[in-house]
Design a protein around this ligand. Structure first.
Ligand code: SF4
Ligand code: SF4
Length: 444
């Protein structure tokens, strides 16, 4: 069977052999955890606790504000040291709850599931439980899952797509989850399918995870509405629009969302969190992640508590190795560079990459007009034109060239022989565009 895929993209070396054979280890956080109240797409949560309060595991410490938001919960028992701004791995200071972990892990007694079995939940109960549990997309975007499960009433959803591509180099946490928690993920997928009224489930797994494709093909044998399909090992195959195109041959329109073509996409890690929450009542207080790269002694897959400091995890993996030049949150294509390891794991932390040796990239040169960026852009954009307009202070004009359709996948920068930081320019352009749009709107 030929693996499905999308047009364009790139084939970076994946370096997954560093960690893919390492089973997920559960690790405890250190004496101090720092839990940001804004770690999802949408409005930040509002603090519910203050300095000196005693906390239990699973206790709500931040209330969601608005429809696109998510509550935040304590991952440890202990005492609130402060509610104050701290540096988040997204690169800015956000309001956080700093907790002294008492190492007792005493669980909030109100934590219990609504039902004995996951099959007993109604669609409304699934949405409410997922919202209350603070579950967001764990693939990296951290979009509130309950919102995804509430598509517009006039929109029919016929397919749920399980994103098991994990196309970012180095990251293997989803690979391990799919091997270790296949039954749980499939049960949660079924609950999601029932919630949105879809007929089918399509599971997209990159070809480089042959063991997962074999296991899942066996698991779904005899279930006619679940289809396990190999997709090409190609970046960014795990982008929602790319996966929908590959599996269902549907194109999400510019500015549109998957529900516009009758689909919702769920990352396998998110479904694992949905299963845990519906079966135990415990909100999202932990996640799987990969620590990898040539700058860490023991690359690993870990299950960690939200709020654990990067420094504690790197130390637990044997510490730094060699001449470390970069620590990233996420993979090398879309990851965010860190200025310090004193930042906490958040719901969006799919990995921590520690790189040693010479820094990548190099001196920036003028564009040579090679069109390589355009030839590889999976969104069909012309990155060099967008960036030229942004550089010339014409962010509004660059919108006509697809500025806001850019998914910031980093493919263009990866192939650019002139080392032009195209994605940084796109991000800057988006901020300038929003500023200008706001200004024009305020003028009526
Ligand atoms: S970062 Fe944006 S412009 Fe560059 S390849 Fe990805 S989608 Fe295209
Ligand atoms: S890949 Fe780089 S050098 Fe080539 S056209 Fe694009 S921006 Fe210019």
């Amino acid at each position: 069977m030929r693996a499905k895929t999308f047009a364009k993209g790139v084939h970076p070396w994946d370096f997954k052999e560093l960690s893919k054979q390492r089973p997920t280890e559960v690790v405890k956080p250190g004496k101090r955890v720092v839990i940001p109240l804004h770690q999802h797409t949408g409005a930040p949560a509002e603090p519910l606790v203050k300095k000196g309060d005693r906390l239990l595991v699973g206790q709500k410490i931040g209330e969601a504000k608005g429809f696109i938001s998510a509550p935040v919960h304590s991952s440890v028992s202990g005492t609130v040291l402060s509610v104050a701004p701290f540096l988040s791995p997204v690169g800015r200071k956000v309001l956080c709850v700093e907790i002294e972990n008492d190492d007792g892990y005493e669980v909030n007694p109100s934590i219990r599931p609504c039902h004995e079995g996951i099959e007993e939940y109604t669609p409304q109960e699934v949405r409410e439980s997922v919202r209350e549990a603070g579950i967001v997309g764990l693939g990296g975007a951290a979009f509130p899952t309950a919102v995804k499960l509430s598509p517009p009433k006039d929109q029919t959803i016929d397919a749920v797509v399980l994103n098991g591509a994990e196309c970012e180099p180095y990251l293997t946490t989803d690979h391990r989850l799919m091997l270790e928690r296949a039954d749980e993920i499939l049960k949660a997928a079924e609950a999601v399918r029932m919630t949105v009224g879809a007929k089918e489930i399509h599971v997209g797994i990159e070809e480089n995870k042959g063991d997962v494709i074999d296991l899942w093909s066996r698991k779904v044998k005899g279930i006619p509405h679940v289809h396990v399909e190999a997709v090409k090992t190609k970046y960014p195959q795990g982008g929602e629009k790319m996966l929908i195109k590959a599996l269902l041959n549907r194109e999400v329109p510019c500015g549109g969302l998957p529900f516009n073509v009758g689909v919702i996409v769920q990352n396998v890690g998110t479904l694992n969190a949905v299963y845990d929450s519906l079966t135990t009542g415990m909100p999202l207080i932990k996640r799987g992640l990969t620590i990898s790269g040539d700058g860490v002694a023991k690359p690993s897959n870990l299950e960690v508590s939200i709020g654990t400091l990067f420094s504690d995890l790197i130390e637990g993996c044997g510490g730094y190795k060699g001449d470390v030049n970069r620590v990233l949150m996420g993979g090398p294509m879309m990851g965010i560079s860190q200025s310090t390891d004193q930042v906490p794991v958040i719901k969006a932390t799919s990995g921590i990459l520690v790189m040693a040796g010479a820094a990548p990239g190099g001196k920036e040169y003028p564009c040579i007009g090679c069109n390589s960026c355009t030839n590889h852009c999976p969104m069909g954009l012309v990155p060099t034109t967008i960036v030229s307009l942004v550089r010339a202070g014409k962010a509004m004009e660059s919108k006509d060239w697809g500025l806001t359709d850019c998914m910031e996948c980093g493919t263009c920068a990866f192939v650019c022989p002139a080392h032009i930081p195209l994605v940084q320019w796109v991000r800057y352009g988006k901020a300038e565009y929003l500023k200008e749009k706001k200004r024009l709107e305020s003028q009526g």
